[in-house]
Design a protein around this ligand. Structure first.
Ligand code: SAT
Ligand code: MN
Length: 588
């Protein structure tokens, strides 16, 4: 008797009609043969899927160029299909599930003719973890197959784990002809299914990532009392040797990966990396909040990454590792066969740009696409936490919420309690980046950095966070951070990058009761003397400004928050409405 998963794969192949079906075993030899297929045989947009880079300088590395229209997440083509539209909420696009299925079936019919259907059995989370989930994705491109092998624990062992069960997360992916008018990324939370057509881009096509581990998983968490979050996980070791585990949410392309791999500039402090993008947070047997990173790789923004800004990531990329390393839409030096991007050391005179066209230094257009990415295994990380593979996860003592704001939002603020912390995260706004197809640099509310990733009504999501807080024995302390304040000339005031450890130190000092803080209507602010700024070239007045509360500015901010909350109507929890009223009163 065929198993349920076998019947499911069979059904998809009847619909898509591939030339052949290949189930990945996850081995090293297989990865290399798939890369070879991507170089020699498979074509996207008439071009090879991979180009080999210089393995002496960039071990095991390959370049991938996408279709020019397919370089970022497409939020306007992303749908969440609960049967009930209100359950989906105003934060998502909605189609009724049966019409969505009909549309997708029509688009997918015969889509893999002449191509290989890769079957990817994978786990999100460590196989021994009580919090992990088994999944199967099918795809018709080697780029996605290899990427998923880097980003997840992939192999046939997952099929044994699934056995006869119907309980696994399903992903259907086909690139069609990469035409935007036939691009849809569709989620069916009630069926544990993601169906994505017309795009090969990470967040649209690696279905274990944003689609499952955030949109579908956030819905599972809502029903099962846990949290799926757009967060990094780090352990910060202090001079006493104590490690404090911190989770942190930031919108895409706001320095998450830099913070996750931070190399400390303060003596005695060290950051251990556990994750740079997604955290699943569960209530452990002792009532504390435990975090696991369900992924095993980084899909990070290349531009701006260098030995100066993120030395640990450069070491990760350059490590003679076991897994292939992929560069997507970076520039290329055809003489040295190296990848290149803006911000990397040593800008050459002449290169090929991200589309393979000749490019000269000083040119008006960037060489690498602003959202060009690297895909690399987390096991290459020199400062990987020894707890990374711990199936139980790590106990979280602080959660930080970051955003990109050139004014108003202080460098760091502590919420006096969990409820005020939930309000602090719910009111977050950030200036937009190149990670999604929209105008760049405009302020958009992005509560919990989850607006594009919450798989249900965000008003209910806020209530869920309040509920989890009430279930915790020692709830983590909640903070907001903002590295991006600018002076009148438009220069960043805070140096950022490795120096951000100084803010982490203040957070740990607060947790350990080593320093006080100033009460203000927006939360607890640091006394300037309590942040170690020794050796920094900071303008004293500017520094004091970024750790202070600007009443006038907050009057406008409160109006904007109210406008945003009103989109969710009655679904905004009573507690948050009361918090907003209180804030409004205290700033007026
Ligand atoms: O969504 S991706 O995973 O492709 C990257 C991001 O936007 O965070
Ligand atoms: Mn992300």
């Amino acid at each position: 008797m065929a198993k349920y998963w076998e019947k499911w794969v069979e059904e998809i192949s009847e619909l898509t009609e591939p030339k052949r079906i290949y189930i990945l075993d996850g081995s090293d030899e297989e990865a290399h043969s798939l890369i070879k297929i991507g170089i020699d045989e498979e074509r996207i947009n008439g071009r090879p899927v991979f180009y080999e880079l210089n393995h002496r300088l960039w071990p095991n590395s390959y370049l991938h160029r996408s279709h020019p229209s397919d370089t970022a997440r497409t939020e306007h083509l992303t749908y969440v299909c609960h049967p009930d539209k209100d359950q989906t909420g105003p934060n998502n696009n909605w189609m009724d599930p049966s019409s969505a299925k009909e549309l997708l079936r029509r688009l997918t019919k015969g889509s893999m003719r002449g191509r290989t259907m890769y079957v990817l059995p994978y786990m999100m989370g460590h196989p021994d973890s009580p919090y992990s989930k088994a999944c199967i994705q099918v795809t018709d491109t080697s780029y996605v197959a290899i990427s998923m092998r880097i980003m997840t624990r992939l192999g046939r062992f997952v099929l044994e784990k699934i056995g006869d069960s119907e309980n696994f997360v399903k992903g259907i992916h086909t690139i069609l002809d990469l035409d935007v008018s036939r691009r849809f990324i569709v989620h069916f939370p009630e069926e544990n299914l993601v169906w994505s057509v017309g795009s090969g881009y990470g967040g649209n096509a690696l279905l274990g990532k944003k689609c499952f581990s955030l949109r579908i998983a956030s819905w599972l968490g809502y029903k099962e009392n846990w949290l799926a979050e757009h967060m990094i996980i780090i352990g910060v070791e202090d001079p006493e040797g104590d490690v404090t585990y911190i989770a942190g949410a930031f919108p895409s392309a706001c320095g998450k990966t830099n913070l996750a791999l931070l190399e400390s500039t303060l003596k005695g402090y060290k950051v251990w990396t556990l994750g740079d993008d997604i955290a699943w947070l569960n209530i452990g047997p002792d009532g504390r909040l435990y975090a696991i990173n369900p992924e095993t790789g980084y899909f990070g923004v290349a531009p701006g990454t260098s030995f100066r800004t993120n030395p640990n990531m450069m070491r990760t990329l350059k490590k003679e590792g076991f897994y292939p390393v992929l560069y997507t839409n970076t520039g290329y030096n055809p003489i040295t066969r190296e990848p290149w991007w803006e911000g990397l050391e040593d800008e050459p005179e002449e290169l090929l740009d991200w589309q393979g066209n000749p490019w000269k230094k000083g040119s008006m257009t960037p060489c690498a696409h602003p959202n060009s990415r690297f895909t690399v295994s987390i096991y290459n990380t020199p400062n990987l936490s020894p707890e990374f593979d711990n199936p139980r996860g790590v106990p979280i003592s602080a959660i930080i919420f970051g955003a990109r704001r050139s004014s108003l939002i202080p460098l760091v603020v502590e919420a006096p309690d969990w409820k005020k912390g939930v309000f602090l995260a719910a009111r977050m706004g950030s200036e937009t980046t190149a990670a999604a197809d929209h105008e760049i640099g405009v302020l958009r509310r992005d509560p919990f950095a989850m607006l594009p990733f919450c798989g249900y009504n965000m008003g209910d999501y806020f209530s869920h966070w309040l509920k989890i807080g009430s279930m915790l024995k020692e709830p983590p302390r909640i903070f907001s951070v903002n590295w991006f304040r600018r002076d009148k000339e438009g220069n960043f005031i805070w140096p950022g990058f490795g120096e951000n450890v100084r803010v982490l130190k203040w957070i740990i000092d607060r947790i350990k009761g080593r320093c006080g803080a100033r009460e203000t209507p927006i939360g607890l602010l640091p006394y300037p003397k309590d942040i170690d700024t020794s050796g920094l070239d900071l303008d004293k007045e500017e520094f004091e400004r970024i750790v202070s509360f600007d009443r006038e500015g907050w009057k406008r901010e409160v109006e904007d928050i109210r406008r945003f909350f009103s989109i969710f109507g009655e679904r905004i929890p009573e507690e948050l409405r009361a918090e907003l009223d209180e804030l409004e009163k205290s700033v007026s």
